[in-house]
Design a protein around this ligand. Structure first.
Ligand code: IMP
Ligand code: MG
Length: 173
């Protein structure tokens, strides 16, 4: 594919990582009917694959958020462009995101959702980027740790392109 300098993870490698994470979540949420909240757009492929390897009852929601970054650790600046339609009071929530980079987006989303009194909130990401973060967010479940380079495919974009690649690649010449 034009613009991709290297394939990081191919389809088979991704599928087995998703299966591994799915098995852990199935085990931990066996009788909890978790609500999986996908953060659009980046998580759509990961979410679709993940829910199909869960063998427990679960529900799904999606939200769209725009983060404006963080000035301090406590002031989340996020605009919810599309909110969920489910009351999460008392629910076990798992946020599904494509990648943890600065974590500003997930920090803000988590703060917004926490205020609605869920029983629990955990974070599941496809990728965890190895960078120093200013906000206290860690992934509870992840498929891969990656180095600090720009990756595309499997839902992740560069200028809205490449989301449809079935593998994860590094952008470059
Ligand atoms: P944050 O910096 O953790 O708030 O990440 C915000 C969003 O930036 C992620 O959900 C991704 O959509 C996007 N992003 C961060 N790093 C990458 C990357 O390497 N490739 C593609 N998108 C990325
Ligand atoms: Mg993006």
């Amino acid at each position: 594919m034009d613009g991709i300098s290297r394939i990081l993870y191919d389809q088979a490698t991704i599928a087995s990582a998703v299966k591994r994470v799915g098995a852990i979540i199935s085990e931990e949420y066996r009788d909890k009917n978790p609500l999986l909240i996908g953060v659009l757009k980046g998580s759509f492929i990961f979410m679709a694959d993940l829910v199909r390897v869960l063998d427990i009852p679960c529900e799904m929601e999606f939200m769209v958020a725009k983060s404006y970054g963080q000035r301090t650790q406590s002031s989340g600046v996020v605009e919810i462009l599309k909110d969920i339609n489910t009351d999460i009071n008392g629910r076990d929530v798992i946020i599904i995101e494509d990648i943890l980079d600065t974590a500003n987006t997930l920090f803000s989303i988590t703060e917004v959702l926490k205020a609605r009194n869920p029983a629990s909130i955990k974070i599941c990401v496809f990728l965890d980027k190895n960078i120093e973060r200013k906000v206290p967010v860690t992934a509870d479940y992840k498929c891969f740790d990656i180095e600090n380079e720009f990756v595309v495919g499997y839902g992740l974009d560069y200028a809205e392109k490449y989301r449809n690649l079935p593998y994860l690649g590094v952008l470059g010449v």
